[in-house]
Design a protein around this ligand. Sequence first.
Ligand code: CA2
Length: 145
Amino acid sequence: MNILVINGPNLNMLGIREPGIYGKEDFSALEAYIRRCAEEMDITVELFQSNHEGAIVDKIQEALGRMDGILINPAAYTHTSVAILDALKAVALPTAEVHLSDISVREEFRRFSYVSLYAGKTIYGKGFLGYREGLSWLCDQLLPE
Ligand code: CA2
């Protein structure tokens, strides 16, 4: 099983600022954690991070016919990007959305997610653990009983 894991803008800055919101660990620790979870679940992950909306759209499109599911933290594009929503709908793969912070208790503009209009599962406020939950949900969707 091949899962594409997408991290959006500024997540590469993790650990540098705002540890109270996003935690103290840096982005390489997040990537290492995702890889460890994938190994434990016996699945393959491709990790992709970009600060550019179009690059994320291109990556989602490239997943068609190659990947079995998508785990995405769209970061700030969560709240703005119809283009990412449309790309996810176009490839129509099982998709889980994850956020490190609890977007339901932060600024009003973070409460709405375009990606949630397609994602089958949205996890927020659980830090790194949310990525494990997202991968595990995708496994449940993709593996036969
Ligand atoms: O909680 C999340 O995972 C978010 O997707 C993170 C985004 C934010 O725009 C979303 O509303 C919620 C921000 C990405 C990381 O931003 C940083 C900012 C400063 C220092 C380190 C990371």
